[in-house]
Structures are given as structure tokens and as C-alpha cells.
Design a protein around this ligand. Structure first.
Ligand code: BGC
Ligand code: ZN
Length: 360
């Protein structure tokens, strides 16, 4: 079958025929035909050789790329209870170490040993191939009604997790407004890629005021999305007439993008760190430390997601499909075939929000 293959830590990517046996299934396994796979910064980091933690499965040289998948069930093992042939499914990415308490209860997104594997990223083959076999426990069932946007579920699951962590941590005091909603709370989201826009949607849905920040004017698609969901897009090079903030969400990974905004935070505010990059330096001044301390500012990083976060993401996609109509479809700015994937895996197409590979 056709697959998209890398050899981390070596840079480069190839589309080639690989020989994988898909004729036998264990009792708890499912054979899945890949429908679509999303491309994100992690994939491009692996292809460019810059993402240092990427590695092939033990004993192999090659890794099949792809962690944002959507597929359709073709065949079921004898003990699979919750799926039928023809069902759409999204696989979760991370598989636990089997040792630490979090992994043992399905919270491998909080693995403590670091010995987990991630499909298409580290130690486990991913979903950029025509077919894959996975265990039922790693598959999230997708209602047919959202199959056109379900390839966005994996990145969304990460956003749902971070949102839930924030709301859990902010129970440290009363953070809701005096009408019992979050209508008085202002969120600045740094970055207008898929993650930035999904964060915008989740905070809008929960009643927050949302500002999407970038160092440029919005593309036509970004303007459309911001307007349709009710967020304000701000070009920070032109204006920084930002109101006081209650939350900063950084999706850029650039310390110099969010550090200068921290002193705009109200008391008891928070910063969610989501993006990552390399080789950039910033200074943490004692004045800033004082500000963080004096104002009870919460800063946390968040990675990956639990299966429950995927399930909640399914609910959000269903609701948003009617509330924001075509917005989620518009986020898919380019669809390519596997044979054309090398160029989009090495370079971000102009105007990209989310590029996907269509396998059907
Ligand atoms: C994926 C996560 C993964 C992370 C780090 C992201 O692109 O969406 O599931 O944990 O990369 O490997
Ligand atoms: Zn990703």
C-alpha cells in the first residue's frame, strides 16, 4: 500500500509502496481505510529534521508519518463491540507507557515516565497510509454528519484538553462574572492557524470575548472566520489598543510574542502555552516575576489529549457545524493527494490554515 515515510532524525520524506500485512486481525483490532490525514507543524518539524524527539518504531529505520487521521471501518476483530463496518473513526495519537498511574487509567497525555509512543511522531507508525490496523480502545467513533470536518478532531482534542485544564485551575477562586457567565473575560489568542482558530471557537462558545492576534493583516479566510464566529482579529504591528486581558493563549511558541502581553493581564489571569519553536531567547525580569506573583498569574503548558477530550471534541464539532456553519470547512484551505504531499510537507502553502491529504 501507499504510505508517506520519513527516517527521523534525517530530513526528507518519500511517498512509496510498503508491505504491511492487513489480512489478520486480533480480537480487539479494527482494519481501517484511511480517508484523510491532516498536516501540522509537528509533521513539518519531522520532515525538516528539526523535531528532535521524533523516532521510528524500535528496530526500524523508517516511520510512517501522520497523527491527524480520519478513516472508515472495513473489518472488525471478533471482540470489537462498539463499532460496525462503515463507521467513521479518528484514532488517538498517544499510547501509554503501561507503567505510570496516569497511563494505567488512560491519561497517557500526562505520562510520567516519558516512555509513551505517539503515532506518526515517536516510536509508532502513523496514519499517512492507505490502511491501518488499530485497537478499538484507541478509536473514537465519528457521527456521519461531521465526517467532512472530523479530520480537525485531533488538533481540537488538544485544545479541549487545554480549555478543561484552564477551567479546572481557575476554580482556585471565583473567575466567572457577576452575571454567572464569562462575558466579562477577555482572551487574547496569539496565532491564527488551526489551533488559534479552534481556541477562538471554544472560548467564544463558552461566552468569552476573543481577540485573535497576529503580526499581519488577516487573510480573507481568517477575516471570514473571525467575523463569522464573533472574534476580533488584531494586527499587532498596526494596533495594540488591547483592553485588559484575563487570558493569553500562545499558539506561536515565540516567547517574545506573549511576554510583552503579560502585563496586560488582570489579577488572577492566566497564560496557556501551547505552541513550541526552537532557538529563541527571552529574558524574564524580576519586575515581571513580581507582577506574576502579585497578581496570582497562572502559567501552564499543555500537550496532547485524552480519549475523553476527543469525545468532547466530537460534540463541539457537531454544535459548531450548525452554529458557525461553513467555518470549519473553510479552515481546510487545501486538499492534496498522497502523491502531491511532499511539497506541502516541506513548505506551508500560502494562506494555509489546514492542509489535508485525501486518501480516497
Ligand atoms: C499532536 C499531539 C502530540 C504533540 C507532540 C502535536 O502535533 O497534535 O497529539 O502530543 O504534537 O508530539
Ligand atoms: Zn498535529
Amino acid at each position: 500500500m501507499k504510505a508517506i515515510v520519513v527516517e527521523p532524525p534525517t530530513r526528507g520524506v518519500t511517498v512509496k509502496d510498503i508491505n504491511i500485512n492487513i489480512s489478520t486481525l486480533a480480537n480487539d483490532e479494527v482494519l481501517i481505510k484511511t480517508i484523510a490525514t491532516g498536516i501540522c507543524g509537528t509533521d513539518r518539524g519531522i520532515v525538516s529534521g528539526l523535531l528532535k524527539f521524533s523516532r521510528p518504531p524500535v528496530g526500524k529505520k523508517e516511520l510512517i508519518l501522520g497523527h491527524e487521521g480520519l478513516g472508515q471501518v472495513i473489518e472488525l476483530g471478533s471482540e470489537v463491540k462498539g463499532l460496525r463496518k462503515g463507521d467513521y473513526v479518528v484514532p488517538i495519537v498517544r499510547r501509554g507507557c503501561g507503567k505510570c498511574s496516569n497511563c494505567l487509567v488512560g491519561r497517557q497525555d500526562f505520562c510520567e515516565t516519558g516512555e509513551f509512543v505517539e503515532a506518526g511522531i515517536r516510536g509508532l507508525d502513523g496514519f499517512m497510509r492507505e490502511y491501518f490496523i488499530d485497537k478499538e480502545r484507541y478509536l473514537v467513533k465519528i457521527p456521519d454528519e461531521i465526517r467532512d470536518i472530523a479530520v480537525l478532531l485531533e488538533p481540537l482534542s488538544n485544545v479541549v484538553k487545554a480549555y478543561n485544564e484552564l477551567m479546572f485551575c481557575q476554580r482556585r477562586m471565583i473567575w466567572w462574572c457577576n452575571d454567572g457567565s464569562y462575558n466579562c473575560r477577555n482572551v487574547a489568542i496569539i496565532g491564527s492557524g488551526p489551533i488559534g482558530n479552534l481556541f477562538a471557537m471554544i472560548f467564544i462558545s463558552q461566552g468569552f470575548n476573543v481577540y485573535i492576534l497576529n503580526k499581519r493583516d488577516p487573510s480573507p479566510t481568517e477575516s471570514f472566520i473571525a467575523e463569522k464566529i464573533g472574534a476580533t482579529f488584531i494586527n499587532t504591528l498596526k494596533s495594540l489598543t488591547l483592553t485588559k486581558l484575563d487570558l493569553i493563549v500562545d499558539t506561536s511558541g515565540h516567547p517574545m510574542a506573549f511576554i510583552p502581553l503579560i502585563n496586560k493581564l488582570n489579577k488572577n489571569g492566566a497564560v496557556i502555552l501551547f505552541g513550541t519553536t526552537g532557538e529563541e531567547y527571552a529574558t524574564l525580569t524580576a519586575d515581571l516575576v513580581t507582577f506574576l506573583v502579585e497578581n496570582n498569574i497562572l502559567i501552564f503548558g499543555s500537550v496532547n489529549a485524552s480519549k475523553e477530550d476527543f469525545e468532547n471534541g466530537v460534540n463541539f464539532l457537531s454544535i459548531w457545524k450548525s452554529r458557525f456553519q461553513t467555518v470549519l470547512n473553510k479552515m481546510i484551505t487545501k486538499v492534496v493527494k498522497p502523491d502531491e504531499s511532499e511539497s506541502v510537507l516541506t513548505k506551508k502553502p500560502a494562506g494555509e490554515i489546514k492542509t489535508i491529504i485525501s486518501w480516497v
